[in-house]
Design a protein around this ligand. Structure first.
Ligand code: NAP
Ligand code: ZN
Length: 335
C-alpha cells in the first residue's frame, strides 16, 4: 500500500500536472520499480493528445523505464529488491494464448500497455507484471538504456526478424528517437544504410551513427532517383509521406515496414507491389525474450540512445522540444 507521485495529462493535449494515486496491495506476480529514468517516446505524445482515440484521463504517460526493483510480489523469484531493471510499452499479457506461449507476448490480444488505461513512468515508481521487467546489462548506462526499452526494441525486432544482413540495402525513414537507434542496429547487422530525413542538419550525426548515405526526403526527386535500390525500408516517422515513392524505391521482394505511425491512412498503388513481389508490413514493439536479446546485442555492440536529460519536473519543456523535432535524439526524464 502507498502512493505514487507523477505527472499526468488531465485532458487531450493539456500540459502535464502533478498527480498522486493509491497503489493498493502489490500483486503476487508484480514488481514495483523505483524509477531513475524514463524516455519520452512519441507514442506518449500520441496518447497525451488522444491521437488514437484510446486515452482516458487523467493518466501518467511514460513507457521507457529504467530503475531499481523496490518491491516484489510473493511469487516473484527471478528478481531481487535493488536490482537494476527496465520496463517498456507492455506490462502484462494473458500468458497462456498461442502467442504468449511462443514467447511472442507482444502479439497477445490481451496485452496491457504500461501507460494505457493505467499510470506509467513519468513518476517516482511504477508497477508491472514481473514477466515484463528485465534486468539491464551492466555495460549500459541507465540514461542511454531507457530508450531501448520501447524505441530500441521497436526497431531491433523488424531488423532482426525480417533478416537484415550484410547484403541488405536498408533505408531508414526519420532520424528521431527510433530512427537514430535503427541506424545503429542496422549497422550492427552489417547492412548498407541510407537515411531519408527532413532535417539536413542531422546528416553528420547520422553518418557518425553508422549511415552510409543521407537523402533529404523533402526533395521528391531524391526519392524518385532512389527507385529500385532497397531491400528493406523502415519507416520510423510519425508523419504522412508519399509512400508510393518508398515502394518504388524497393528492389523486387523488398519490404516497406511501418513502425512509425502516420496520422492518415496510406493510399498505395498496388501494381508495383504485384510486379516486384514487394510487400508492406508493420511491426509492434517486441516480446520480453526479444527485448532481453536486444539489450544484450546493444551492450555487446555499443548501441545506445543519444539522449538529452531533463529533470522530471521539466517534463512539459521536454515534450515541447520533442514536438518541435529539436531533441537530439531522445529526451529522457531523470528522478
Ligand atoms: P520522434 O523522436 O519524434 O521522431 C520522429 C521523426 O520523424 C522525427 O525526428 C523526424 O525525423 C521525422 N518527422 C517528423 N515530422 C516529419 C514530417 N512532417 N515528415 C517526415 N518526417 C518527419 O518519434 P519516435 O519516438 O521515434 O516515434 C516515431 C513513431 O514511432 C511515432 O509515431 C510512435 O508512436 C511510433 N512508435 C511505434 C512503435 C511500434 O511498436 N510500432 C513503438 C514506439 C513508437 P527527420 O528530422 O529525420 O525527418
Ligand atoms: Zn514507445
Amino acid at each position: 500500500m502507498g502512493q505514487i507521485q507523477g505527472l499526468a495529462a488531465h485532458a487531450a493535449g493539456a500540459e502535464l500536472l502533478s498527480f498522486r494515486y493509491e497503489t493498493g496491495n502489490l500483486g503476487s506476480y508484480e514488481v514495483e520499480i523505483a524509477i531513475s529514468h524514463c524516455g519520452i517516446c512519441h507514442s506518449d505524445l500520441h496518447l497525451i493528445s488522444n491521437d488514437w482515440g484510446i486515452s482516458q484521463y487523467p493518466f501518467i504517460p511514460g513507457h521507457e523505464i529504467v530503475g531499481e526493483v523496490a518491491a516484489v510480489g510473493r511469487q516473484v523469484k527471478h528478481l531481487k529488491v535493488g536490482q537494476r531493471v527496465g520496463l517498456g510499452w507492455q506490462s502484462n499479457s494473458c500468458g497462456v494464448c498461442e502467442w504468449c506461449t511462443q514467447g511472442l507476448e507482444n502479439l497477445c490480444a490481451l496485452s496491457e500497455g504500461t501507460c494505457v488505461h493505467r499510470h506509467g513512468g513519468y513518476a517516482d515508481r511504477v508497477r508491472a507484471n514481473s514477466r515484463f521487467v528485465l534486468p539491464i546489462p551492466d555495460a549500459l548506462d541507465s540514461e542511454n538504456a531507457a530508450p531501448l526499452l520501447c524505441g530500441g526494441i521497436t526497431v531491433y525486432n523488424p531488423i532482426r526478424s525480417f533478416g537484415v544482413n550484410p547484403s541488405s540495402r536498408v533505408g531508414i525513414v526519420g532520424v528521431g528517437g527510433l530512427g537514430h537507434m535503427a541506424i545503429q542496429f542496422a549497422r550492427a547487422f552489417g547492412a548498407e544504410i541510407t537515411v531519408f530525413s527532413t532535417s539536413s542538419d542531422k546528416e553528420a550525426e547520422a553518418r557518425e551513427l553508422g549511415a552510409h548515405h543521407f537523402l533529404n526526403s523533402r526533395e521528391s526527386k531524391n526519392l524518385k532517383d532512389a527507385a529500385g535500390r532497397f531491400d528493406f525500408i523502415l519507416n520510423t516517422a510519425n508523419a504522412d509521406q508519399d509512400w508510393n515513392l518508398y515502394i518504388q524505391a524497393l528492389r523486387p521482394t523488398g519490404q516497406l515496414c511501418f513502425v512509425g505511425i502516420p496520422p492518415n491512412p496510406a493510399s498505395l498503388q498496388v501494381f508495383p507491389l504485384i510486379a516486384g513481389g514487394r510487400s508492406v508490413i508493420g511491426s509492434p514493439i517486441g516480446s520480453p525474450r526479444q527485448i532481453a536479446e536486444m539489450l544484450d546485442v546493444a551492450a555487446r555492440h555499443g548501441v545506445k540512445a543519444k539522449t538529452e536529460l531533463f529533470p522530471m519536473a521539466k517534463v512539459n519543456e521536454a515534450i515541447e522540444k520533442v514536438k518541435k523535432n529539436k531533441v537530439r535524439y531522445r529526451a529522457v526524464l531523470g528522478n
